[in-house]
Design a protein around this ligand. Structure first.
Ligand SMILES: C[S@@+](CC[C@H](N)C(=O)[O-])C[C@H]1O[C@@H](n2cnc3c(N)ncnc32)[C@H](O)[C@@H]1O
Length: 269
């Protein structure tokens, strides 16, 4: 695995170098991996095919892809900070910035990215490059989250959580937007894929419900801890953040998940 340290130069605010990174990446996997696997299965992941996973995070999807393509296939997993990508004999890991680095050479049968492009101001240019790296008939699957925390509380021992999650949504959106994130991109992606010439464009969505310590509740606890200073600057109080961090780990809490919009498009054969 590549562990070379160089300045990744990305506006992404949740750094994989932080102590909370593993919790955040695990939460994303718990929330979304089964749905992503369903989407990729529907898209078609054939033995012997060549796949690119962008911003692989914990690498769980890259590992699953490698199991599907088998020894005759190839999976390349990239990330600006690749240290959490799990080792897998069938996965080649690259420290790679999707905005500034050349794509790995050759064309791909499939490319997948989840919760990456929304963070990058150059998302339209990146999408066009990814579409251009597909083989004829190849598929691009891009999945993005619509971070809505307000009205997400399904069960709580403390009613203050309703108001705190609403404050969290407002403050986090401000932090993310300031860094160049576009929270509407998950919806704009359908048209963006058609504009870069992809065909059979389709969007499916997934949300789910999560007990404290898992999925979206874990994401709220770890994410609010990681972004504490920025969230206070954006108007949250230290007390609110302490309570969100604690309740996000409390199994009596249940939060509705973060909506994931999964959009796929195919290059003409
Ligand atoms: C929200 S996490 C998503 C991780 C994984 N795709 C998932 O859904 O579980 C975003 C990932 O994108 C990576 N990333 C951020 N900016 C990037 C860039 N410019 N090029 C490649 N990866 C990037 C981050 O390091 C992080 O691992």
């Amino acid at each position: 695995m590549s562990t070379a340290v160089r300045d990744p130069g990305t506006p992404y605010v949740f750094s994989n170098d932080r102590p909370t990174a593993r919790q955040l990446l695990d939460a994303l996997g718990q929330m979304h991996d089964p749905f992503t696997i369903r989407r990729l299965t529907e898209a078609g992941v054939a033995p012997g095919s060549r796949w690119l996973e962008i911003g692989a995070g914990a690498g769980t999807i890259a590992g699953w892809l490698a199991d599907q393509v088998g020894p005759d296939g190839e999976v390349i997993a990239t990330d600006v900070r690749p240290q959490h990508i799990r080792e897998h004999a069938g996965v080649t890991v690259l420290q790679h910035n999707i905005v500034t680095d050349e794509l790995p050479g050759g064309q791909f049968d499939g490319i997948h990215a989840r919760a990456v492009l929304q963070h990058l101001p150059e998302r339209h240019e990146v999408l066009a490059r990814l579409a251009g790296a597909l083989k004829p008939g190849g598929v691009l699957v891009v999945e993005e989250m619509e971070a809505g925390w307000s009205k997400s509380v399904l069960a709580t021992p403390d009613d203050r959580l309703h108001e705190i999650t609403a404050h969290y949504e407002t403050a986090l959106q401000q932090v993310l937007r300031t860094a160049g994130n576009d929270p509407t991109w998950c919806r704009g992606l359908f048209t963006a894929m058609e504009k870069v010439g992809l065909e059979e464009v389709d969007t499916q969505s997934w949300q789910g419900a999560w007990r404290g310590g898992t999925g979206a509740a874990l994401l709220a606890s770890a994410g609010s801890t990681e972004q504490r200073e920025r969230l206070i600057a954006a108007g949250m109080t230290a007390d609110e953040l302490d309570l969100l961090a604690t309740l996000g780990l409390d199994p009596r809490v249940v939060l509705r998940g973060i909506l994931l919009l999964s959009t796929s498009g195919r290059r003409a054969a």
